[in-house]
Write a protein that binds this ligand. Structure first.
Ligand SMILES: [Zn+2]
Length: 675
């Protein structure tokens, strides 16, 4: 059960993908160290803050490379580089995504580009590399040693130690890869396709509001596009299988053929980049600094999860086919355009669950209060709303976080849609907290129903409640990870393939009857959600799990093996056929071009595996709560201290081992998929 595609926050990705940031403690103003909110009101102040951060960063750089710098100065200097732009970078990414004023959004975007360029320059700065290389790592201790090791690793991975010609080629390749990635995404976004129908009866099965919103035009034509608000309802509800198929076909043809060329070109650049740095493939390069550690381990992991998910997938497909044969006795396979539709039909028939029936138990404000109470109790925190806070939009709420009487963190909730705002759900780290009292700050940005609109009830879908639990998990992680005094090792600066585990695990609470009954009370009657209803909801959710996970395994394999070979003689269609044959629950159909529109091939490249990897870890971590109780204070405290608070001060594998008191394994993941 649970959502399988979990939105990782945008800044998180950037944070994990790049060497993060920089300000010497002496350059941090007293105000920002305490974490004053930065609410920009004009473009000039964005630019002023941006320039100040860049100037501070450059000043730190000069202190690192000066001849008299001691080893300690150098190590501290590298972290100060991060500190110099930490807060500005955080606000910039947030404001670019949420500020109601387009002028500020654009100024923030401009600042983000300058800061990213600064970071990239730092990673290729020969003088900085020599300063770091001159440090005697053996003499360092504790976190300083770790900071140095990471710095040297990142320098090695950036190619700064290579000769001038190679460095120039790497820089060229880097720029070309960015360009190609942007073209790929642009081509997908721009290519909105559609299916036109003239018989309104073909919309049978769709909710009335959908039908009303798709009235025929003057010529009697109804247009259905490949955009999500049309695509998913058609796939889920349309009884007309030819209509589902036609729209799916259009969906899978987006950006074809243009992106075939773009992708091949990108794969070749990535391969050249990795081999210039001495790696056998791009997959070997991008897995090296992750928890999984190597391409070999990733290959083995894909084999393991495929064999775990396959039997359950086969059972699911059998049931789905049986249901499909009631409509079409000659059917001999479940096609990809059948999957949402028949999963829905079986859930309805076998579990009698209708997701609309639970919505009255989840009015937005009750859910928010319920989550704050729960997380407060679990992690020993107190949340106090700051009603006088300066915020960027009237609907945004600010909270101060206390442990006992101590003010330890601050966060914002920007939870409802509005024009020009980021459209998904994400946690934005704003300021990284440290043990010396530098306060962690973050924001949650979501698009949940708005109590200031309509009848004011703002009823949520249960899957939105799950998303709330998930994103709040990221928030708590960032706010509690303040151990040590190095920004680079605090907050969610953990291995990319671990970062989802602390949020995925908290989704489990959103499926627990006792937890739900604390706050899920009927909006009209005040009755807590019936246990029976929660059980139905869980059972319904679990049906189709095998096919869903196997579909994720397919994407995982697709993204990995594409980057684990020399692309010179690669034929995308042959490769696609092969991966479909080996991993896909549904056959490939003519005219489907996953390589032209699978957007994760850009941001995640070879490492789509991270979703299942961190999910497997979260299942393993959760076993401790399962046996002790979801609200057990001892386990929760142990979890807080051994998983959340250390942030990146230790390897994620170490944190997991400390909490579990053994190595992590796939047993819990397997149990989840087989029982
Ligand atoms: Zn996430």
């Amino acid at each position: 059960m649970r959502q399988l595609i979990l939105l990782c926050s945008l800044p998180l990705l950037v944070g994990c993908a790049t060497t993060k940031t920089g300000l010497a403690p002496e350059d941090v103003s007293a105000a920002s160290a305490k974490g004053d909110d930065v609410i920009w009101t004009d473009a000039a102040s964005v630019e002023a803050q941006c320039n100040a951060a860049l100037e501070a960063g450059r000043a730190v750089r000069d202190t690192i490379v000066r001849e008299s710098a001691s080893d300690q100065d150098v190590i501290r200097g590298f972290d100060n580089l991060s500190l110099a732009i930490d807060e500005t970078y955080g606000w910039t990414q947030l404001m670019f995504s949420v500020h109601p004023d387009k002028v500020i959004r654009e100024a923030a975007q401009g600042c983000e580009k300058s800061l990213s360029k600064f970071l990239n320059d730092v990673s290729l700065d020969r003088a900085l590399y020599e300063a770091a290389g001159g440090v005697d790592g053996e003499q360092l201790e504790g976190l300083a040693k770790r900071v140095h090791e990471h710095q040297m690793r990142d320098f090695r991975r950036s190619g700064v130690s290579k000769n001038e010609e190679t460095r120039a080629r790497l820089a060229e390749l880097h720029a070309e890869m960015v360009e190609l990635g942007q073209s790929f995404q642009k081509n997908v976004l721009a290519d909105v396709r559609s299916v036109k129908i003239t018989d309104a009866g073909r919309l049978n099965g769709l909710p009335q509001d959908f039908i009303d919103a798709h009235a025929p035009d003057d010529d009697g034509t109804i247009t259905l596009t490949t955009n999500y608000p049309d695509f998913f309802p058609i796939q889920t509800y349309a009884q007309d299988s030819a209509l589902r198929k036609d729209l799916y076909e259009q969906f899978m043809q987006r950006a074809y053929p243009a992106n075939g060329e773009v992708l091949l070109s990108l794969l070749k650049k990535r391969h050249e980049y990795a081999t210039l740095l001495g790696y056998p493939s791009w997959a070997a390069y991008v897995t090296e600094d992750k928890m999984i550690g190597s391409a070999e381990a990733t290959d083995a992991f894909i084999g393991q999860i495929a064999s775990i998910a396959r039997p359950r997938m086969e059972a699911d497909l059998k049931l789905l086919l049986k249901r499909k044969q009631q409509d079409d006795p000659k059917a001999d396979a479940i096609q990809v355009w059948d999957r949402f539709y028949y999963v829905g039909k079986v859930r309805e028939a076998d579990f009698g669950f209708d997701s609309r029936t639970v919505r009255p138990y989840f009015p937005y404000e009750q859910v928010r209060t319920g989550i704050l109470d729960l997380y407060g109790e679990l992690f020993g925190l107190r949340f106090v709303q700051d009603k006088d806070a300066d915020v960027w939009h009237e609907s945004v709420e600010a909270f101060d976080v206390y442990t006992g009487e101590q003010h330890v963190a601050r966060f914002f909730l920007d939870m409802h849609p509005r024009e020009g705002k980021y459209q998904h759900a994400a946690m934005f780290p704003i300021q990284t907290g440290l043990e010396d009292g530098r306060m962690p700050i973050a924001a949650l940005v979501c698009n949940f129903p708005d109590p200031s609109k309509g009848d004011g009830k703002a009823l949520m879908e249960h899957k939105q409640v799950v998303t709330y639990f998930h994103e709040f998990g990221h928030l708590i992680h960032h706010l509690l990870a303040t151990r040590g005094d190095y920004v680079k090792l605090a907050g969610i600066n953990v291995e990319w393939d671990f970062v989802e585990a602390p949020s995925q695990i908290l989704e489990e609470w959103a499926w627990d009857t006792d937890v739900l009954q604390r706050f899920a009370k009927h909006v009209d009657t005040g009755e807590p959600i019936p246990a029976e209803m929660v059980k139905k909801m869980r059972d319904a959710e679990e049906f189709g799990l095998g096919a869903n996970v196997m579909r994720q395994v397919f994407y995982t394999a697709y993204s990995f093996y594409l980057h684990h070979r020399d692309p010179t003689s690669l034929v995308l269609d042959d490769y696609t056929d092969e991966i479909f044959r080996d991993f896909s629950p549904y056959p490939r159909f003519d005219g489907s071009y996953v390589y032209a529109n699978f957007g994760h091939l850009i941001g995640y490249s070879a490492i789509y595996y991270t979703y299942q990897w961190s999910l497997a870890i979260s299942k393993d971590l959760f076993t401790r709560f399962q046996s002790a109780g979801l609200l057990d204070p001892v386990v929760a405290k142990h979890y807080r201290e051994s998983i959340l608070e250390p942030g990146g001060t230790r390897d994620a594998a170490d944190l997991v081992r400390t909490f579990l008191e053994r190595e992590s394994n796939l047993d819990a993941y397997k149990k989840w998929l087989t029982e």
